[in-house]
Design a protein around this ligand. Structure first.
Ligand code: UDX
Length: 469
């Protein structure tokens, strides 16, 4: 659809891969509904405009120096981004408001990542409506809303001694599933989640990359506690099929031709997303466990995700020999395409929300190894609620890994899991067809934006008429 509706949306993604992807996908979805799209982004981890020729792009300085930008302490990085981006963001948005200039279409609404805590204040000052994109799931957001209670009950912070205990207030969660992030200051992490909930509550509405059939109970609870409209319109990446990529790293497409050579549903795809890391000893066990499983594997080893930057190139030859012919190792894969490939039979994942939704959408069962933040909640839902995956329990040891892979991929024990994954895939695609829940959710979102904007224009008109009288 090329006809524009004379409404511009300004989208403001957090500059991390797992946040950038869904925001750009959302931009494409709303573009197909006639909106003009401007991506306002930091100059750190900036998206590539040439991959998105239909969008306008505006960059703001984030003021991070090299060492700040490379910290692995996510709460600290988010807090720095909030501190440094607030003023340039407001300035840039202000420039776009009164005199549209190059962005000739007036701004109808701002859609920002949930982790920018200054966003609602800016929107209020500039009198623009602000929606929030929740890049994670509904269940994990609900857990964030009850974190103060979980803290009060003593579940968090935890020293690990209660990790297998059930959280009575939120079955089927175990204490180890409660969101935590490695941070030098745990209080900073709690503040981060607390701010996230506040931002959502003070927005004009929250958009989810999920679907009603997947997370109905959590969405219902959120509708009660948030008191703002909730729009589950996912899975985003299935809404508009496009070849444009929003990868911040170069995708190694040679893995697709390698997959073409593998038997149907035989490959275990392994990726731990854009920020989880493993030690040298762990990656060794992972690789040997993969080799021991006797199944072909595709392993993503992101630069910086393993202690040894020269892994596996400089690994001992006997080790490389053990892997020879069994699998392929790449630095970054075109994941959505990989998961849709007929040769892929299972996904060993950290259960970042995007990876989880992408796997569900293709009916690929999961081997879950959550690392931090919302991933524990996502993984618990995958294994215990939707039954489309299993946890890698019992430690990161080669025998254990090989056993778990065989279970989820080939053995009879995993058959029901594989069947449920196929059923859930059907639901994920059904909700996007006309009349489906996400299709209706998108209609609702579009109407919400247009209605809010016409109310704003009307009240602006009334103000100017009153001033003239
Ligand atoms: C983190 C959180 O864990 C996640 O739950 C939160 O909502 C966003 O931030 P991340 O580690 O980036 O996420 O994982 P995930 O949410 O799964 O996103 C990773 C994205 O990178 C996915 O869209 C995936 O398709 C893509 N990817 C990953 C690739 O394109 N190639 C790869 O090789 C690996």
């Amino acid at each position: 659809m090329n006809q524009r509706n004379n409404h511009r949306l300004v989208l403001f993604p957090l500059p991390f891969q797992g946040h950038m992807n869904p925001m750009l996908q959302l931009g494409r979805i709303l573009y197909t509904r006639g909106f003009s799209i401007t991506i306002l982004h930091t100059n750190f981890n900036a998206p590539d405009p040439s991959s998105h020729p239909h969008f306008a792009f505006r960059s703001i300085a984030n003021g991070l120096d090299r060492s700040e930008a490379s910290t692995l302490d996510i709460p600290r990085l988010v807090s720095l981004l909030n501190a440094r981006c607030a003023s340039p963001f407001e300035e840039c948005l202000r420039e776009m408001m009164p005199s549209p200039g190059v962005d000739a279409v007036p701004v109808a609404c701002l859609i920002s990542d949930q982790l920018f805590s200054f966003m609602c204040g800016v929107a209020e000052r500039l009198k623009v409506r602000a929606l929030v994109l929740r890049t994670g799931g509904a269940a994990s957001l609900y857990v964030y809303t009850i974190l103060p209670v979980l803290k009060e009950k003593g579940y968090v912070p935890t020293d690990g001694s209660r990790s297998e205990e059930a959280v009575k207030e939120f079955p089927p969660l175990l204490v180890r599933d409660i969101p935590v992030v490695d941070s030098q200051k745990p209080e900073m992490m709690f503040r981060l989640f607390d701010n996230l909930v506040k931002v959502v509550k003070s927005s004009t509405g929250v958009i989810f990359n999920t679907f009603e059939e997947l997370e109905h109970p959590a969405l219902t609870s959120l509708r009660e506690v948030l008191s703002v409209p909730v729009f589950p319109i996912g899975p985003f990446h299935k809404c508009c099929v496009t070849s444009s990529s929003s990868s911040l790293l170069a995708e190694d497409r040679s893995c697709i031709s390698w997959l073409d050579e593998q038997p149907l549903k035989s490959v275990i795809y392994v990726s731990f997303g854009s920020s989880a890391a493993v030690s040298n000893a762990e990656i060794l066990e992972i690789a040997l466990g993969l080799a021991d499983s006797q199944q072909p594997f595709l392993l993503v080893v992101r630069p910086g995700s393993v202690g040894d930057p020269e892994w596996p190139e400089k690994s001992p030859s006997h080790f490389l020999k053990a892997l020879e012919g069994r699998g392929k190792i790449v630095k970054w894969a075109p994941q959505v395409e990989v998961l849709a490939h007929p040769a892929v039979g299972a996904f060993w994942t950290h259960n970042g929300w995007n990876s989880t939704v992408e796997s569900i959408s293709e009916g690929v069962p999961m081997l879950c190894m959550p690392c931090f933040a919302d991933q524990g909640v996502n993984a618990r839902y995958v294994s215990d609620v939707w039954g489309v995956g299993v946890h890698l329990n019992g430690g990161l040891e080669r025998e254990n890994i090989a056993r778990a892979i065989k279970r989820v991929l080939v053995e009879r024990e995993g058959e029901e899991t594989r069947q449920r994954a196929l059923v859930l895939k059907e639901k994920a695609s059904g909700c996007l067809t006309p009349g489906g829940s996400s299709y209706r959710g998108l209609d609702g979102l579009v109407n919400h934006i247009l209605r809010c904007d016409s109310e704003d224009r009307l009240s602006a008109l009334e103000v100017s008429v009153n001033l003239c009288n």
